[in-house]
Design a protein around this ligand. Structure first.
Ligand code: ITT
Length: 199
């Protein structure tokens, strides 16, 4: 595919997505490449709604095919929180440190065996011709009691990946992009593009 807009302002996502798209797209642009890219209000109740909204607005604005990632952490014992509120769990302008501090606090009295969680990613692909497709990925793990590792972004230091014995932040970019929720959704997107002969 020649050109694609990726509708995210999250620097951690952009690093991972750039690597995941490397052999799929000639030219990837993101909101920071445009002077007046619209601010998109994420007011949907689901990852699907938010991902579609971001991709639709990006495609409309740019006139190009657009991809948007809506993702987050889902913790069983917290009834699925932070979920679609993952980016702003500790408040509207919360940073990763504040969100992680709240997560630790909420899980404080929960024993290890009840800390099951998952990262979920929904990718929305929208084109100016009216194509709309969703691709989902999910990776399971447990919430740690203290941060581990320096890699990744967001909740990665508090997420012990099932079957790895390491936190998501203890994986290299290549390792994370081999197993993550985002990588799984991109794998489905890749298969779709191949089926449609778009690559
Ligand atoms: P955009 O909407 O501009 O893409 P955002 O950060 O607001 O950026 P989301 O609304 O999809 O994106 O929220 C995703 C949040 O979920 C993100 O800020 C992290 O807190 C968390 N998250 C998602 N994927 C993650 C990952 O791979 N590792 C750690 N945390 C992740």
């Amino acid at each position: 595919m020649k050109q694609l807009v990726v509708a995210t302002r999250n620097k951690g996502k952009i690093i991972e997505i750039t690597a995941l798209l490397a052999d799929l797209v000639d030219q990837v642009s993101s909101p920071s490449d445009y002077a007046d890219f619209p601010e998109i209000v994420e007011d949907g109740a689901t990852f699907e709604e938010n991902a579609l909204k971001k991709a639709r607005e990006a495609s409309l604005f740019s006139g190009l095919p657009a991809l948007a990632d809506d993702s987050g952490l889902v913790v069983d014992v917290l009834n699925g929180a932070p979920g679609v509120f993952s980016a702003r769990y500790a408040g509207a302008n919360a940073d990763d440190a504040a969100n992680n501090a709240r997560l630790l606090n909420e899980c404080h009295h929960v024993t290890e065996e009840h800390r099951q969680a998952a990262f979920v990613c929904v990718l929305a692909f929208v084109t100016p011709e009216g194509v709309e497709r969703l691709f989902t990925g999910r990776v399971a793990g447990r919430i740690l009691s203290a941060a581990r590792g320096e890699g990744g972004f967001g909740y990665d230091p508090l997420f012990l990946v099932d079957g790895f014995g390491r936190s998501m932040a203890e994986l290299t970019l290549e390792e994370k992009n081999g197993i993550s929720h985002r990588a799984q959704a991109f794998e489905k997107f890749r298969d779709y593009l191949a089926t449609m002969s778009m690559i």
